[in-house]
Write a protein that binds this ligand. Structure first.
Ligand code: ADP
Length: 495
């Protein structure tokens, strides 16, 4: 090796050492970043969590099966050793039975071939023959009659291993003799350790190999979730009709997608209803504003000096302003109801007293109609008296509005079990079967042209329904066109 080459090798080694030192210096930072990355992923990535959990379970399974395999193999090795020792004992017995003196040559040969130590004792447990030069033997518990024994190093022998010992008493022609065969389980121990290391390496390789496919499989499993989040991200008010894909296998994710779709249906529904509500409200407000504008223009042009035009205009503006006020009040009521800010002040009161009050007022307002009433006493309610009155007024006012003069309006109230039942019945124009399911919808009016004359806004029944539902009440309606309409209202009493 020339000096140039030596120098090159020297520089290479010194560079390598420098690099190693740099790496060791960087190692804490690398480990810190790795730890942070793992923590971050564990916190946010379900796919990473699944991979970790499955790898951990797989590792546990592998370790468990390897330990099981190791125990089976090791016990097989020990059983084989036991068989070998017992065969040796049979041979020793045979040699001793067929010789008058101790056949030391044969016993030594046997000891060498089978890698065992053979020791013979007399009746007084004194050693009379030993194949081992060290002249050591096992005397644990002083009981050499016991069959197999495992003795760990350091107890009696100096060998660095575990021994398998067999003791046996032989009754020979003259006297009896004790045999001890000692087999050192050195090979078995080495093989067992080798097997353990091999299994550990195989486990490590298997676990390492399984990480990638595991990560891939968990990503594949979670693909529908990625797709779902992509679709959900693309949904905004302009694309409220977008729905998640629910085709494919029937699993929990499909249930989740279905639940999402149901939620989107509800959102779209309420968004559309909100839009409809705003456009209906604007439409309803536009009419009185246009009428007022029309009369103001009329007044501006001709009405200043014409008292007839002046009076007509003032009357019309007053009536339209009243309609607008009613409409805005109703709209505000429903908006408060939707926002849950409508205050409800429940109190204990007698329904029969409230009904008397309402009937008296009705008789004053609807003097042209026949108001027939019949009711029971002592109907105690715990509710917002003002709101209940407002709801009942809506039903009665409708009966007046949609029943011709001289028509009958029958108001009954009674108590059945723990329920107050109020019926408001008229023999007016009635409601057709197609309109009946819609009358509680906001701004719905069965007969639009007639509703205009009656000054209705189409919000009355929605308000009444809201009030009664908030009091856990119930409304039923029966109606036939040109026969009449009957509203049945039920409310819980407190006695
Ligand atoms: P409106 O202000 O138009 O009366 P409501 O919400 O109170 O609004 O009622 C909705 C619709 O139900 C009315 O426009 C009318 O067509 C119908 N209706 C309600 N009560 C009666 C009734 N007693 N007789 C006939 N039709 C009725």
């Amino acid at each position: 090796m020339n000096s140039e080459m030596k120098l090159q090798i020297k520089t290479f080694i010194s560079n390598f050492i420098k690099l190693c030192i740099k790496f060791i210096k960087l190692l804490p930072n690398i480990l810190k970043t790795l730890y942070k990355e793992v923590l971050q992923r564990l916190r946010f990535s379900i796919s990473f969590k699944i991979t970790v959990v499955y790898t951990w379970l797989f590792t546990k399974l592998l370790i468990f099966s390897s330990i099981l395999l190791w125990i089976i193999c090791s016990s097989y090795m020990v059983t084989s050793a036991e068989k070998k020792v017992s065969q040796n004992l049979d041979l020793v017995k045979y040699y001793l039975a067929n010789n008058d003196i101790i056949p030391s040559k044969q016993l030594e040969n046997l000891s060498t071939i089978s890698k065992t130590k053979i020791t013979l004792f007399d009746d007084n447990k004194k050693v009379i023959f030993n194949t081992s030069k060290s002249n050591t033997f096992y005397t644990g518990n002083n009981n050499i009659n016991k069959k197999y024994r495992f003795v760990f190093n350091g107890t009696v022998f100096n060998e660095d291993s575990i021994s398998l010992i067999i003791n046996n008493k032989l009754n020979l022609k003259v006297d009896s003799i004790y045999v001890q065969i000692n087999y050192i389980l050195a090979d078995e121990l080495t093989n067992s350790i080798k097997l353990l290391i091999l299994l550990f390496c195989i486990n490590f390789i298997f676990v390492f190999i399984s990480i990638r496919p595991g990560a891939k499989a968990s990503k594949k499993l979670l693909k529908p979730v990625y797709n779902m989040s992509e679709t959900v991200n693309s949904i905004d008010v302009n694309a409220l009709d977008t729905r998640l894909d629910v085709s494919g296998s029937q699993d929990e994710l499909k249930d989740l997608a279905k639940a999402f779709n149901k939620m989107l249906n509800r959102l779209q529904d309420s968004y559309e209803r909100q839009n409809e509500f705003v456009s209906d409200a604007s439409h309803e407000l536009r009419t009185p504003i246009s009428v007022i504008q029309g009369y103001v223009n009329l007044l501006d042009r001709w009405g200043k000096n014409d008292t007839e035009v002046l009076e007509e205009s003032i009357e019309a503006i007053k009536s339209e302003a009243e309609n607008m006020k009613n409409l805005v009040e109703n709209l505000l009521f429903l908006a408060r109801g939707d926002k849950n800010t409508q205050v409800i002040n429940p109190e204990e009161f007698l329904l029969n007293e409230l009904m008397d009050e309402i009937i008296k007022e009705t008789k004053l307002i609807a003097s042209g109609h026949n108001i027939i009433s019949n009711g029971s006493y002592d109907i105690n309610l715990y509710a917002d008296r003002k709101l209940i009155k407002q709801a009942l007024r809506i039903f009665i006012d409708n009966s007046i509005k949609y029943t011709a003069k001289d028509g009958n309006i029958t108001i009954n109230y009674t108590k059945v079990n723990n329920e107050a039942i109020i019926t408001i019945e008229d023999n007016g124009i009635g409601i057709s079967a197609e309109d009946l399911p819609n009358i509680f919808h906001r701004f719905y009016r069965a007969d639009k042209s007639r509703a205009k004359d009656t000054g209705g806004t189409g919000l009355g029944l929605s308000i009444a329904k809201w009030i009664l539902l908030k009091h856990k009440g119930n409304i039923e309606v029966e109606s036939h066109i040109n026969v009449g309409t009957k509203f049945i209202i039920r409310l819980a009493t407190i006695n």
